[in-house]
Design a protein around this ligand. Structure first.
Ligand code: HDE
Length: 731
């Protein structure tokens, strides 16, 4: 299509734009400099229109290219510098816009305005990430997930830079570079990508007993979420709320997903990594595009100041949770993500979070991990985003006005007016002036500290195992098995026998059965003592006795909140259901099932032996969404195989269809089959005892297999109930 001329020409709009910019000198702080190429001329970065974007300037048609060619040089030079360094951790991420709204005023605890006004919708930008992998790695790596939320409040930006696990590997920030070096690919050969299953990681862990609680979380299915939309978030550290009277309480932050907390099977995660490494990214993007906006409730656990030393763990220790049975989580508001970014680089890549971005009413604590983070984020962003002005990048700009005397620096965008850039001043009447607390000025919480300056750690941080045991004991049998398998998988990949042995020794401190089961699969003996050599983890002149782990008697043995079995299981919204069909399928069954599933908010796709269309038994054309070539069971939550003699017969002979159903079966997914297709399951691996035992059971529906022989058609009601269960792990 040619460029339109006349009223809508690029030229006219350029003039108008310049005029508008001159008139509105003060551009709103969140206004993006957006660029849409629609109906515009191609130009250089200086605005010169380009006539030929196909040929470089040459000395003769067959001659050399001239250095003079500014079009070529500008284009290639810019391209050469398109990449910025990826994040040193959390490089692989995806993000979305949305808003947060508090249910009721939290003024009793905090003066943060966005938490006290239920009518206020605070814009948010949320970035989810894996930790260890590079930018191009798979979404399904076994790893913690970042869950970073930027609240653009009227009092300034507040960043809740959280993870999907409530604890961390280490207690002191000084260990962070070592930890990250250990988990990243090994330095001599950059292997393995996005995986902790290698020697350096487990070497470090086997010498770091404080990591044992976090190890339980990363070896559990929490490390392989079904979707970012089905993940919890945790602030990890204890923070403070401060109210108008200056009174403080301790607070732990939680995000609770309204779709429940769900994961995939480890084998499934590995297959997804090859079938669709963008699985989580795509899932979030598509959910938002189709209007199924993900939602989380913000939860808080509040501990009064006077209870600081009441518990068997230290509130400042980031390797500990406050069990929900001891301090319940109050749900205080809701976050909804409703808009995908317009440009990945501008927003998702350039967003810069910082745990020190707090607003009046929220304050920090002396958690030694948090303290180190407060330095790290700005520091890393200085090099990642090229200088001190990254707060001016549109996605990082607050909606609250910014006035200060910081000036200049690389890529400065703001044109500061006036002749003062210092405070105090009289020339500008003293402006910008400091704000009183009553005017919204931030005041740090006054905390009495009477201490010696030491390098050291409190003995209250030295119970490294009790909460690891609590986590393990709180898991269902299936979850325990997955955790044991994950540990076995990872440790089998470790070449050093000593490291494996030390790990098994450490596991005995968590749970004897766990250690024995892992040792058995690794084919090695269990030695009861923890085998970490103390000299690696104490200061050169330290006294080993002072560094010995302790075990404190716990007030609870099991916490329901720690098992995913107890999560929300009453919805199939946004679940992906595969309908396997071939020529001769019973069209009525498909449409009946499709409309029943759609009514519950699930998505269906027809998968057939070939792409294009299939013909139903009555000759009707049905559009195929994917063929078996590109579809795979791991990309779906459940499978339906409708009837139709010819369709059923040809699927029974199709190896890919059989594999599809078998994988769905193996990964514990709901399967519905009409009478004629029911045989498909039996054709599969006739020698498979697990499968044949399952099929003997009278109540197949209890195992998530819906075959209704009498009604001919599998009932959609039973199928929906089974999909909502997410998985039948003990099939
Ligand atoms: Fe981070 N972390 N971290 N971290 N972190 C970064 O900052 C760091 C920690 C978390 O989507 C970096 O801008 C140190 C805990 C998330 O952009 C870096 C320590 C938790 C993200 C950094 C920790 C987190 C980061 C890398 C120990 C959970 C991604 C790029 C003292 C509460 C944010 C960047 C995004 C990113 C340092 C530990 C969460 C290097 C030093 C604990 C979600 O500054």
């Amino acid at each position: 299509m040619g460029v339109k001329v006349g009223k809508t020409s690029g030229a006219r709009r350029d003039e108008k734009k310049i005029e508008k910019d001159i008139i509105n000198e003060k551009i709103s702080s969140l206004a993006y400099h957006t660029e849409s190429a629609a109906e515009e001329f191609l130009t250089t970065n200086q605005g010169t229109r380009i006539n030929d974007n196909q040929n470089s300037l040459k000395a003769g048609e067959r001659g050399p290219t001239l250095l003079e060619d500014f079009l070529l040089r500008e284009k290639i030079t810019h391209f050469d510098h398109e990449r910025i360094p990826e994040r040193v951790v959390h490089a692989r991420g995806t993000a979305a816009h949305g808003y947060f709204q508090v249910y009721e005023s939290m003024a009793k605890y905090t003066k943060a305005k966005f938490l006290t006004d239920p009518s206020e919708k605070t814009p948010v930008f949320v970035r989810f990430s894996t930790v260890a992998g590079s930018r191009g790695s798979s979404d399904l790596a076994r790893d913690a997930r970042g869950f970073a939320v930027k609240f653009y409040t009227k009092e300034g930006n507040y960043d809740l830079v959280a993870n999907n696990m409530p604890v961390f590997f280490i207690q002191d920030a000084i260990k962070f570079p070592d930890f990250v070096h250990a988990v990243k690919p090994e330095p001599h050969n950059e292997i393995p990508q996005a995986s902790s299953a290698h020697d350096t990681f487990w070497d470090f862990i086997s010498l770091t007993p404080e990591s044992m609680h976090m190890i339980m979380w990363v070896m559990s299915d929490r490390a392989i979420p079904r979707s970012f939309r089905m993940m919890e978030g945790f602030g990890v550290h204890t923070f403070r709320f401060i109210n108008e009277d200056g009174k403080s309480v301790f607070v732990k932050f939680h995000w609770k997903p309204l779709l429940g907390v769900h994961s995939v099977a480890w084998e499934e995660a590995q297959i997804i990594s090859s079938k669709d490494p963008d699985f989580h990214r795509r899932d979030l993007w598509e959910a938002i595009e189709t209007g199924a906006f993900p939602e989380w409730e913000l939860g808080v656990q509040i501990v009064p100041e006077e209870d600081e030393h009441k518990y068997e763990f230290d509130l400042l220790d980031p390797t500990k949770i406050i069990p929900e049975e001891l301090v319940p989580v109050q749900r205080i508001g809701k976050m909804t993500l409703n808009r995908n970014p317009s440009n990945f680089f501008a927003e998702t890549e350039q967003v810069a979070f910082h745990p020190g971005n707090v607003v009046p009413g929220i304050d920090l604590t002396n958690d030694p991990l948090l303290q180190g983070r407060l330095f790290s984020y700005i520091d890393t962003q200085l090099s990642r985003l090229g200088g001190p002005n990254f707060h001016e990048i549109p996605i990082n700009r607050p909606i609250a006005p910014v006035h200060n005397n910081q000036r200049d620096g690389h890529m400065r965008q703001t044109i500061n007016r006036g002749n003062t850039s210092y405070q105090p001043n009289t020339i500008e009447g003293g402006y910008p002036i400091q704000a009183k607390a009553a005017e919204g000025g931030f005041t740090s919480y006054t905390e009495r500290i009477d201490a010696n300056k030491i390098r050291g750690r409190s003995r209250s941080f030295f119970d490294h195992f009790s909460q690891a045991t609590l986590f393990y004991n709180s898991q269902s049998d299936a979850e325990k098995k997955h955790l044991t398998d994950a540990l076995s998988f990872e440790l089998e990949k470790v070449k050093s026998v000593e490291i494996r042995q030390r790990m098994v020794g450490l596991l005995t401190q968590v749970d004897e059965t766990l250690a024995t089961n892992v040792a058995n699969t690794l084919g090695m003996p269990v030695r009861k003592q923890p085998e970490y050599p103390m000299n690696h983890i104490i200061p050169a002149d330290g006294d080993p006795k002072e560094y010995q782990p302790i075990k404190v008697k716990q007030s609870i043995k099991k916490s329901d909140a720690l098992s995913m079995v107890n999560t929300i299981k009453n919805t199939i919204k946004t679940r992906q259901i595969a309908i396997l069909a071939a020529d001769g399928v019973d069209e009525a069954s498909i449409s009946q099932m499709r409309s029943a599933l759609a009514a519950e908010g699930a998505k269906t796709k027809i998968i057939a032996p070939k792409f294009g269309y299939i013909k139903s038994a009555t000759g009707k054309e049905i559009k195929v969404d994917q063929s078996f070539l590109t579809a795979a069971s791991v990309l779906f939550d459940a499978v339906y195989v409708p009837g139709g003699a010819k369709s059923s017969a040809s699927l029974k002979e199709n190896a890919r269809a059989l594999q599809f159903v078998y994988e769905a079966y193996k990964h514990g997914k709901a399967i519905a089959m009409d009478d004629e297709s029911a045989g498909l399951l039996r054709v599969l691996y006739p020698g498979n005892k697990m499968l044949s035992d399952t099929l003997q059971e009278t109540d197949l529906a209890a195992k998530g297999i819906i075959v209704n022989v009498h009604a001919k058609r599998a009932t959609s009601r039973d199928f929906i109930r089974a999909i909502a269960q997410h998985r039948f792990w003990d099939r």
